[in-house]
Design a protein around this ligand. Structure first.
Ligand code: UT7
Length: 330
C-alpha cells in the first residue's frame, strides 16, 4: 500500500499584529472578554502592498516546506490548496502558487471546505499518491479572512486572522505517514457559518484592507456546540479505526477556532492539554491555515520525532469536519 508521508512543513503569517486592545477601539469589546471566551490575544492581518494576499502567503509557506523537504518545486506533481478566501474567484490560488514556484509539472487546484480545507486537501493528495499517480504533492491551507470580516460585528471580527501553512507529501511504501483521514460533511447546517452579500464598512484603523463584496456570518453559540460534538466524534472514530487510544497520541493538533472548544474536545478524548498544540492566542482563527501553521510550529519547536502518532482534527463551514492520524516519519 502506497501512503503519503509528510517530509516538510512551512508556514507564514502577515507582519501586522492586531491586538485585542486595537479591536476594542473598533467594536464594543474588551481584551478580558476575548481572552476569557476564546483564548485569543492577537491576530495577524494582511496589509495592502505588502505581498500578503492569500497566494503570497501560500507561496511563502510552500517555499519553507519545500526547503525543509529538500524537494525542488519542479518535482511536484500536485498542488492542492484549501481556502475560502482566494485572491480571485478564479483562477485558483493553487495556480498562482504553481506560477510563483515554477512548479511546471504540477496539477494545481483549490478545495473549498471551510476551516476543514487543509485536511480535505491533504486527503485528496494522499489519495492521489495511493493510486500511484503522484509522487510529490504540496498541500496548503491559506487564508486572508480579514478580507471577508465584518468589522462592525464584534461576535466574529475578534476571532479571525490571516496566514498560511504547507506540507510536502511524498509517496512511500513503508507503514508510516498519513495512516488515514476520515472526513464528514452536513450541508443541512450551512447557515451556522457562511458568507453573505453586502459590503461591511472597514474602520479607519484598518484602512489598508481591501474589502470583498461579502462577509462572514456566524451563529457562534450553536456552532460551538456542534464543533465540540463533531470534533470529539470524528477523532474518536479515527482512533478506533487504528486501534489506538488517546494515550498513544503524542500530539493533537486541532483546528484553532476557540480555546474552550479545544479544551472541551481534549477532555472528552482524555488527552491532557500538555499534549495538545495551541497557538490561537497569537493568530486567532485562520480557517484552513490553522492546522498546517500549528503543525509547522510544533515540528520546528522539535515536538515531533519519528514514530510519534499525531492526531489532526478539524471542523468548519459546510458543515465539514475530519480527523487524520499521521505517524511522524522525519
Ligand atoms: O472555525 C469554524 C468553527 N468556528 C467555531 O466553531 C466558533 C464557535 N463559536 C465560538 O467560538 C463562540 O460561540 C464565540 C466566541 C463566537 C462566542 O462565545 P459565546 O460564549 O458563545 O458567546 P455568545 O455568542 O453566547 O455571547 C455571549 C454574550 C452576548 O451578550 P448578551 O446577549 O449575553 O448580553 C454577546 O452579545 O457576549 C456578547 N459578545 C461580546 N461581548 C464582548 C459577543 N461577542 C462579544 C465581544 N465582546 N467580542
Amino acid at each position: 500500500m502506497i501512503k503519503g508521508r509528510i517530509v516538510g512543513t512551512g508556514s507564514t503569517t502577515p507582519k501586522r499584529i492586531l491586538t485585542n486592545q486595537d479591536l476594542a477601539t473598533i467594536v464594543d469589546t474588551t481584551d478580558e472578554w476575548i481572552m476569557r471566551r476564546t483564548g485569543i490575544k492577537e491576530r495577524r492581518i494582511s496589509s495592502e502592498g505588502q505581498s500578503e494576499n492569500t497566494s503570497d502567503l501560500a507561496t511563502k509557506a510552500s517555499l519553507r516546506a519545500l526547503e525543509m523537504a529538500g524537494i525542488s518545486a519542479e518535482d511536484l506533481d500536485l498542488i492542492v490548496i484549501g481556502t475560502v478566501t482566494p485572491d480571485r474567484q478564479f483562477p485558483s490560488v493553487a495556480c498562482f502558487v504553481q506560477k510563483a514556484l515554477k512548479a511546471s509539472k504540477a496539477v494545481a487546484f483549490d478545495v473549498s471546505a471551510g476551516c476543514s480545507g487543509f485536511l480535505y486537501a491533504m486527503s485528496v493528495a494522499d489519495n492521489a499518491i495511493a493510486t500511484g499517480n503522484c509522487q510529490n504533492a504540496l498541500v496548503v491551507g491559506a487564508e486572508r479572512l480579514s478580507s471577508v470580516t465584518n468589522w462592525e460585528d464584534r461576535s466574529t471580527c475578534v476571532l479571525l486572522g490571516d496566514g498560511a501553512g504547507a506540507v510536502i507529501l511524498t509517496a512511500n511504501a513503508v507503514n508510516d505517514g498519513i495512516l488515514s483521514t476520515h472526513l464528514q460533511s452536513d450541508g443541512s447546517f450551512w447557515n451556522l457559518l457562511y458568507s453573505t452579500d453586502g459590503t461591511a464598512k472597514i474602520p479607519e484603523i484598518l484602512n489598508t484592507i481591501e474589502g470583498k463584496p461579502f462577509y462572514l456570518k456566524m451563529e457562534g453559540n450553536r456552532l460551538f456546540r456542534k464543533a465540540v460534538e463533531c470534533l470529539s466524534d470524528i477523532a474518536g472514530k479515527v482512533l478506533e479505526h487504528h486501534n489506538l487510544s488517546s494515550a498513544d497520541i503524542t500530539l493533537m493538533v486541532p483546528h484553532q477556532a476557540n480555546l474552550r472548544i479545544i479544551k472541551a474536545v481534549a477532555e472528552r478524548l482524555s488527552i491532557p492539554m500538555d499534549r495538545v498544540y495551541t497557538n490561537i492566542q497569537k493568530y486567532g482563527n485562520t480557517s484552513s491555515a490553522t492546522i498546517p501553521i500549528a503543525l509547522d510550529e510544533a515540528n520546528r519547536e522539535g515536538m515531533l520525532k519519528p514514530g510519534d502518532f499525531v492526531l489532526l482534527v478539524t471542523f468548519g463551514a459546510g458543515l465539514t469536519w475530519g480527523a487524520s492520524i499521521v505517524k511522524w516519519s522525519f
